[in-house]
Design a protein around this ligand. Sequence first.
Ligand SMILES: Nc1ncnc2c1ncn2[C@@H]1O[C@H](COP(=O)(O)OP(=O)(O)OP(=O)(O)O)[C@@H](O)[C@H]1O
Ligand SMILES: [Mg+2]
Length: 285
Amino acid sequence: MAEIQQLLAKPEVRLLTLTGAGGSGKTRIALALARLTGHRYANGVALVELASLRDAALVTSAIADALGVQRSPGDDALADWLADREVLLVVDNVEHLPEAFPQLAALVARAPRLTVLATGRRVMHVSGEHVYPVAPLAEDAAADLFVQRARAAHPAFAGDPADPDVVAICRRLDGLPLAIELAAARVATLPTSTLLDRLASRLTLLTVGPHDLPARQRTLRETLAWSANLLTGPQRTALARMSVFPRAAPSTAPSGSSTPTSTPSPPSSTTTSSAASTPTPPSAT
Ligand SMILES: Nc1ncnc2c1ncn2[C@@H]1O[C@H](COP(=O)(O)OP(=O)(O)OP(=O)(O)O)[C@@H](O)[C@H]1O
Ligand SMILES: [Mg+2]
């Protein structure tokens, strides 16, 4: 967190994208940063949630609404309004609206005192963008999170962060906070040893997210599906072919002369890390 704060404090960093797998904690970090650093911006902080938006043409109005700017269609009122205001604008979940990426970059270019902190499962690749990849949780933090969420779900939960099953579960889930939360929610009905065994089929096991989470985060399958939907048809085909590799694929493997004529079925034990910033389709586990 301190590292990102330092980055955000640099005058040249005015468009910062926190990127990483679904459920890696990008939104959580962005909101925490807004709370911690908001006072540095003379005209305050605004949050724009894009996850539910389906049309990139509406991004500018969503930003204007968040800032309380009266904006009539076709005018430049937003850029004008921002021209002399110092604002931190948190733009959450940009990944599914690529047509809006240049708009955000243009807004930052036109408004010299605007800083945009974006979150997305992918990098925008626009001028002026700085990228901070959100890393998975370290082992001890992951185990702490599991125990904390397990106790919340089941007060009688007796495990502690040093429990080998807890450590192994978190390792199996690659330290991904959302997957750890979904797994911890199962401790009321499954002992951790059984949970660990059943993690071979994560997509069918990690299905009981809290109802107040966005739909895409209530199950691991939905989380992966949201990322998969960002892919074009050929990208999806390439990824399905790559999924024959149970872990990291060698970078040269899929690009050579061998072109499989049919899409192989993915193995039943794809790792959640394969869902990292590179979108991954749900497998049939
Ligand atoms: N370091 C952490 N400690 C505790 N809980 C965490 C941590 N990071 C994330 N979480 C929890 O994990 C869940 C997913 O986090 P978050 O929504 O921030 O992920 P995200 O990367 O924004 O996902 P998406 O790509 O779907 O928007 C949330 O319930 C959040 O509270
Ligand atoms: Mg998010």
